[in-house]
Design a binder for this molecule. Structure first.
Ligand code: NDP
Length: 252
């Protein structure tokens, strides 16, 4: 699915939520989904960044998006239920979620890892996708074929030394995709899958690999075929799987 070719109208009439939509892969995903017809709910913590994405989508003539500011490090069930309520009241439907927001935390041995940083990383990378999905399930269940996409990493498949809470959170994401897809398989039309973006040119990648020349790293635009495939109707029936958006390399 790394070479999937999506028609321009693939996502017409669909409402999709993207977390971390203000920067990096999430920003490009939001614009790409909108370019294929989706109405995108842009969720993030910095209003200015979300407004910039909003303006680009509107200027390109794509469906008008919506903005929801939320700091996922502080998002409990109440805040996530409010997200669900706003989406229901505004659009009356939700066809998919891309859980993309994450933070790197520290790259350091567990022996020295700061427990508060651990909690912070876990809240954003693992707890927020769980609670937000829980709050959105009633709405997702009403869709004809809803897609939940969670973002993993190569260290979510095999935790490597020094990757700390980030790696453990991504191992948790892989587990959550397996568990949730099983739980929903026979009782809903919701499919749940994971994407490992692979090494991708963003602030996170630059932070994790400061010595790397960014020009040598794949751009977010190049990994979009898999995002379109999993969030669009061509992946109906595919659930519980973890996909690579590009051929594997060392990545965050
Ligand atoms: P970036 O750091 O570039 O972007 C992360 C996004 O998450 C930003 O929009 C950021 O918002 C948002 N975010 C972070 N913390 C919060 C929070 N507390 N509340 C709301 N939003 C928040 O990372 P990437 O684009 O590189 O990563 C996207 C996903 O891909 C992540 O899940 C990452 O783990 C995964 N990934 C990335 C790889 C890569 O090489 N880039 C490789 C493997 C996996 P803000 O702009 O406000 O900081």
């Amino acid at each position: 699915m790394q070479s999937y070719e999506a028609p321009d109208n693939l996502l017409t009439d669909r409402v999709l939520l993207v977390t971390g939509a203000g920067d990096g892969i999430g920003r490009v995903a939001a614009k790409t989904l909108a370019a294929h017809g989706a109405t995108v709910v842009l969720l993030g913590r910095v209003l200015g960044k979300l407004e910039a994405v909003y303006d680009e989508i509107v200027a390109a003539g794509h469906p008008t998006p919506a903005i929801l500011t939320l700091d996922l490090s502080m998002a409990g069930l109440h805040e996530c239920q409010q997200v669900a309520e706003v989406i229901e009241n505004t659009f009356g439907r939700l066809d998919g979620v891309l859980h993309n927001a994450a933070v790197l935390g520290e790259i350091t041995p567990l022996e020295m890892y700061d427990p508060d940083t651990w909690d912070f990383v876990m809240k954003i990378n693992l707890r927020a996708p769980f609670v937000l999905t829980q709050a959105l399930l009633p709405l997702l269940k009403q869709a004809a074929d809803a897609s939940v996409v969670m973002t993993s990493s190569s260290v979510g498949r095999r935790a490597r030394a020094f990757w700390g809470a980030y790696a453990i959170s991504k191992c948790g994401i892989e587990g959550m995709v397996q568990m949730l897809s099983d739980e929903l398989a026979n009782v809903s039309n919701i499919r749940v899958n994971a994407i490992n973006p692979g090494a991708t040119r963003t602030n996170m990648r630059a932070h994790a690999y400061p010595g790397e020349n960014p020009a040598t790293v794949t751009t977010p635009e190049e990994i979009m075929p898999l995002y379109l495939y999993l969030l669009g109707p061509d992946s109906v029936g595919i659930t519980g799987q973890s996909f690579d958006a590009q051929p594997p390399k060392a990545s965050a």
